[in-house]
Structure formats: C-alpha cells, structure tokens
Design a protein around this ligand. Structure first.
Ligand code: WQD
Length: 338
C-alpha cells in the first residue's frame, strides 16, 4: 500500500484544510492530534468535502512515550507535515515554559521517530514571525531573521535550527520549512474553517464574530503607524492556497531529487494589506458593516510585513490564487455556518 502522510495537528485550522487537499490528491492521511485546540468533529467536515474520513489518533506528541508508541504502531508513514504546536503570541508570553515544552519537545520526538523509523521527509509549519520587523520589504527567504518578539516566535526560530542541525547530521532526511504569513479564510464549502477557542487574538475571526453580533465592536490596534492609512500592514494568505503549498511540498520531497536537503519558502500573496483595507474589503465583499473603533497600538505588533514570493513560485512551483474579497467572503460564510 502507498505510504501514508502523517499530519500532526491535522484537526486544526491549517492542518484540516491541508488534509482535504492531500486526500483530494490521492494521498492516504493519518492525523495525530491531542485535541487541545481543535474538535474531533472536524473529521466529519474533512469527510464531507473529500469523501474520505482520515485515520485519526489522539496523541500528545510532546510526550516521548506517547510518540514512541504511536510510531511503533504506524509503520507505513512516508512523510510528516508537522503543524501540532501552540500558536497564540500573547499566551506564549504568559506561559513560556508550556510553549517551549510543547513546541520543541513535539518536534524533537518527531525527528527521533524519523531517524528510528526511516521516515525521510518533513514539511514544517514555520512563520514570518521569524523576520520580526524587517528593515527592507518585501521579505525574501534570505532576509535575516530577527530575535523573536515572543516565546511563540522563538519556538519557530529554534525549531527551524533544530531541523537544520538534524538534517545536517542525518543526510538521508529532507525538509521544507514553510514560513506562513497571515493565514485567513475558510474552505469554500463552509464545512471547515477557523475555530478559535475563547476570545480570538487574530483579526479575521474577531472581525467575523463582531459582524455576527458575538462581539460589540472590532478594535483597530493603532492608526499612527508609518503606513499609507496609519494601520498595520500584513500579507493575508488564503488558507486553501496555503494548504496547497503543503501538498506541493510533499510532492517535491517525494519526487524531486534535485531539491536541496533543507529549503525555506515564504508562503504569502506578496501583497501588503492594511487593517483598514481589510475592513473596507470585507464590507465590499459581504455587504455587511464592520462596527469598529481605533484604539492604541498592541504591544509587540510589527508595523508592516509582506512576502517576496518568487522562491515559492519558481522552486516550489506554487503561487497564491484566491482574491482577498473571495477569501474574506469565505470567512464570513464560515462564521454564518457556525
Ligand atoms: C493582524 C493585524 C493587528 C486583532 C500573529 C502571529 C503569527 C500568526 C498569526 C499563528 C495586526 C491587527 C488584530 C484585532 C487588530 N500566528 N488587529 N485588531 O499579529 O500579524 O500574527 O498571528 O499562526 O505568527 O504573529 O496576526 O491577526 O493578530 O493581527 O487591529 O482585534 O490585525 O494589530 O496589525 P499577527 P493578527
């Protein structure tokens, strides 16, 4: 039987969209997730879209014994896409040890398993947060990384280096690190999407919950930045386009012998969009009003960052396709389906 693709964190936001695209492309998927930040019902959404309910194991890969047992049981894994990690910037400042323990131990247990069970291929979920506030825009993969502004961001930096050093010591291993910019939107079927627990930190879920009447109004964190309209600029990438970048990465690792042992790719649209532009685009795309007020800046926010994507376009053979309006409409349709 064909090798399986292990998707850790596969019931999460980006993980679930990636499982759909993998299954739509004929891959056999097994999900390992501890369900600390996602719901098992996501499997039903994945099945409703792709017609296949992926294999699933509830497992905490940060616990060495659990990881060892998992990989002893599942011996037909050909590649791993590693999403499973805590990812809330603010929470990481309050609970650094939880972030280092979970995010770094999970990765090290997975790398041990790759060596022990001859699993040669890894796609790692990294983040543009490694660039901090870049001196020059747009950022390329050669833009120097900056000291992290949060323990969360630091776990991404450290993880990239742990993978590099492990691959250097074990040349039979190959890795691709995808540096996500700001993933937004939901599957066009509205069967899966972002399910933030509690009060959302991120802009789009807070915005859609506000329009749905769950929040009084959206606070725009600052309009005194050195940007055209004064609000922060980000590179908002459609979550399905982002999921497709993972499928293409798996295909390249499995088939392209020319690929270097360890590659990084910026996965963004290449376009910078401000918070106020997001609000006006959302209102145009949905016909809904977004009640909002401008308040002071949020500590730790980067003024502006967006990707230079020619490396992903050329070497990976991937580019973003969805329009911002369609992506914002998908986020609104998902919110309405909840
Ligand atoms: C986007 C913009 C805010 C909320 C972080 C992590 C990154 C990744 C995505 C995990 C900023 C503004 C937000 C609100 C606002 N993390 N904003 N009002 O901070 O760019 O990135 O989340 O995968 O690694 O660093 O995303 O959505 O929090 O903020 O004005 O209620 O929206 O100031 O300019 P961010 P975000």
């Amino acid at each position: 039987m064909d090798k399986q693709i292990l998707v850790t964190g596969g019931t999460g936001y980006i993980g679930s969209h990636t499982v759909v695209e993998l299954q739509n492309n004929g891959y056999h998927v097994i999900i390992a997730d501890n369900l600390s930040n996602s719901k098992i019902e996501v499997l039903d959404g994945i099945e409703a879209i792709s017609g296949i309910k992926p294999l699933f194991e509830k497992v905490d890969l940060s616990v060495r014994e659990e990881s060892i047992a998992f990989f002893k049981k599942h011996t037909n894994i050909g590649a791993i896409i590693h999403f499973a990690a805590n990812k809330a910037v603010g929470e990481s400042v309050e609970k650094p040890l939880m972030y280092y323990r979970n995010n770094i131990n999970s990765l090290m247990n997975i790398l041990d398993a790759m060596k022990d069970h001859n699993i040669p291929n890894l796609v790692f979920s990294s983040s543009c947060t490694v660039y901090g506030q870049p001196d020059k825009l747009p950022v390329t993969e050669e833009t120097p990384r900056k000291p992290a502004e949060s323990p969360y961001g630091n776990t991404k930096m450290i993880s990239e280096d742990i993978i590099r050093d492990t691959i250097n010591a074990n040349p039979e291993l190959k890795g691709i690190a995808l540096r996500y910019f700001n993933p937004i939107g939901a599957h066009p079927t509205s069967k899966i999407g972002e399910l933030p627990l509690g009060v959302p930190n991120n802009l789009i879920p807070f915005l859609t919950q506000t329009v749905a009447g769950m929040r009084a109004e959206l606070s725009v964190f600052g309009s005194d930045y050195n940007t055209p309209d004064g609000s922060c600029i980000r590179d908002y990438i459609n979550v399905v386009d982002l999921a497709k970048a993972h499928v293409i990465s798996i295909e390249r690792l499995l088939r392209d012998k020319q690929l270097n042992n360890y590659e990084f790719f910026n996965v963004g649209t290449g376009e910078g969009v401000s918070v106020l532009e997001i609000i006006s685009s959302f209102e145009r795309a949905t016909g809904e009003k977004v009640p909002h007020k401008i308040i002071e800046r949020r500590a730790g926010d980067v003024e502006q960052i967006y990707a230079e994507t020619s490396n992903a376009n050329k070497v990976l053979g991937w580019k973003s396709e969805a329009t911002l309006d369609d992506t914002l409409l998908s986020a609104w349709n998902w919110q309405k389906s909840l």
